[in-house]
Ligand binder design. Structure first.
Ligand SMILES: NC(=O)c1ccc[n+]([C@@H]2O[C@H](COP(=O)([O-])OP(=O)(O)OC[C@H]3O[C@@H](n4cnc5c(N)ncnc54)[C@H](O)[C@@H]3O)[C@@H](O)[C@H]2O)c1
Ligand SMILES: O=c1ccn([C@@H]2O[C@H](COP(=O)(O)OP(=O)(O)O[C@H]3OC[C@@H](O)[C@H](O)[C@H]3O)[C@@H](O)[C@H]2O)c(=O)[nH]1
Length: 327
C-alpha cells in the first residue's frame, strides 16, 4: 500500500534500489499475516523512514490512510491455498471486501492480483480476457479460483456502485528469487530439487541420493512462466494507467512440465533424475495468456525468457540452501 508524501529524498541519501525506486515520492505500508510471506524478504527495508510493516490479516478491517492499495494478500501456491480452504475463501472474499471498504473510505485506487486460475481448465486456448472460464465450483481448487472470481465481481460492483477506482490483473504462473524454497509451485520445486541432488556423484549414475524432479502426471500439461521483475513492471503500469482491466499479465511462452524439467536439468544439474508422480485433482491441462491488451493499453510485454530467469532464481536458491555451484 502506498501513501503520497512530500518528503522527497534528500540529495545525501543514496538512490533507492528497485522496487522503491518506482515510488520515490511514496511511503509504503506492507500489511501481511505471514502465512506464506516472510519478514526476511523485507528486512532490507525495515528501518527505512518511508517503510512500515504491520502484522495484519486482511480478513479483519484495516484503518489506515493510503492513496493506492496493491491487494495481493492470498496464498498462491496450490498446496498452501488448499491447506485451509475456508480461510482461503475468507481471504479472497472478506479480505477483498475489507480492502474495498478501505478504498471507499479513503478514496484510494485499488489493484487486485487476480489469476489465470479464473480460466479453470480452459476450453479456449490461448486465453483472452473475454473468456469466462471453465471452473469446477466444488473442487479442491475452488476455494482459490472461485474465491478470486468473487473477488473480481466485488471489484467491479464497487466500481459500478460506488465509483471506486479499480485495477484488475490476471496473473499467470510467476517465479523468481526469494520465493519460499518449499513454496510447492513447480519452478521453485524443480530448482530446489535440482540443487539438492548432488551432481558430483558421477555422470554415469542417476541421482539416487538426492531428489528427482517430480513431474506430476501426465507431464504434457502446459504453463506460461513469467519472471517476477516483468510482473512487477506490469502491475505498476496497470496501477498508474487508466484502464480498469481485467488484463492478463503473463509470459506467452508455453511449456509442458516435462519440457520445464528438461530445461532445469540441462541448465542446473544434468545428473538429476526426472520422475513422473501422481497429480492432484482438477489440474488445468493448458495455460497461455493472450497479452494483446497489456501490450496495447500498458505498453507492456515480458522481457525475461525462461532460460534467462531460471539461472537468476538458481543463484538465489543456492545461496539460501547453502549449496555452491561446485557441490
Ligand atoms: N505468483 C503467481 O504465480 C500468481 C499467479 C496468479 C495470481 N497471483 C496472486 O498474486 C498474489 C501474490 O502471490 P504470490 O505468488 O506472491 O503468493 P505468496 O503466497 O508467495 O504471497 C502471498 C502473501 O499474502 C500473505 N497473506 C496470505 N493470506 C493473508 C491474509 N489473510 N492476510 C494478510 N496477508 C495474507 C502471505 O503471508 C504472503 O505474504 C496472490 O494474491 C496470488 O493469488 C500470483
Ligand atoms: O512438483 C511439481 C509441482 C507442480 N507440478 C505441475 O506444474 C504445473 C504448475 O503447477 P503450480 O503448482 O506451479 O501452479 P499452477 O500453475 O497450477 O498455479 C499457479 O499459477 C496460477 C496462480 O494463480 C496460482 O496461484 C499458481 O499457483 C501443474 O500442472 C502441476 O501439476 C509438477 O509437475 N511438479
Amino acid at each position: 500500500m502506498a501513501g503520497n508524501s512530500s518528503d522527497v529524498l534528500s540529495p545525501k541519501q543514496p538512490p533507492l534500489p528497485s522496487p522503491l525506486r518506482f515510488s520515490k515520492f511514496f511511503q509504503v505500508i506492507v500489511a501481511d499475516n505471514y502465512f506464506t510471506g516472510s519478514k526476511d524478504n523485507l528486512k532490507k527495508w525495515i528501518g527505512h523512514p518511508r517503510f512500515e510493516l504491520i502484522r495484519h490479516d486482511v480478513t479483519e478491517p484495516l484503518t489506515i490512510e493510503v492513496d493506492q492499495i496493491y491487494h495481493l494478500a492470498c496464498p498462491a501456491s496450490p498446496i498452501f491455498y488448499k491447506y485451509n480452504p475456508v480461510k482461503t475463501i475468507k481471504t479472497n472474499v472478506i479480505g477483498t471486501l475489507n480492502m474495498l471498504g478501505l478504498a471507499k473510505r479513503v478514496g484510494a485506487r485499488i489493484l487486485l492480483t487476480s489469476t489465470s486460475e479464473l480460466y479453470g481448465d480452459p476450453l479456449v486456448h490461448p486465453q483472452p480476457e473475454s473468456y469466462w472460464g471453465n471452473v469446477n465450483p466444488i473442487g479442491v481448487r475452488s476455494c482459490y479460483d472461485e474465491g478470486k472470481r468473487v473477488a473480481e465481481t466485488l471489484m467491479f460492483d464497487y466500481h459500478r456502485q460506488h465509483g471506486i477506482e479499480i485495477r484488475v490483473a490476471r496473473i499467470f504462473n510467476t517465479y523468481g528469487p526469494r520465493m519460499n524454497i518449499d513454496d510447492g509451485r513447480v519452478v521453485s520445486n524443480f530448482i530446489a530439487q535440482a540443487i539438492r541432488c548432488p551432481s558430483f556423484l558421477s555422470q554415469s549414475l542417476v541421482c539416487f541420493s538426492g531428489e528427482p524432479l517430480t513431474v506430476q502426471s501426465p507431464g504434457t500439461q502446459t504453463r506460461s512462466f513469467c519472471y517476477v521483475s516483468d510482473l512487477v513492471d506490469g502491475l505498476i503500469r496497470l496501477m498508474e494507467g487508466s484502464d480498469t482491466g481485467p488484463i492478463n499479465l503473463g509470459n506467452p511462452g508455453e511449456f509442458t512440465m516435462l519440457e520445464l524439467a528438461e530445461t532445469v536439468k540441462e541448465l542446473i544439474n544434468p545428473d538429476v533424475e526426472i520422475k513422473v508422480v501422481e497429480n492432484t485433482p482438477d489440474d488445468p491441462r493448458q495455460r497461455k495468456p493472450i497479452i494483446t491488451k497489456a501490450m496495447e493499453l500498458l505498453g507492456w510485454e515480458p522481457k525475461v525468457k525462461l532460460r534467462d530467469g531460471l539461472p537468476l532464481m538458481e543463484e538465489d536458491f543456492r545461496l539460501r540452501l547453502g549449496f555452491d555451484k561446485k557441490n
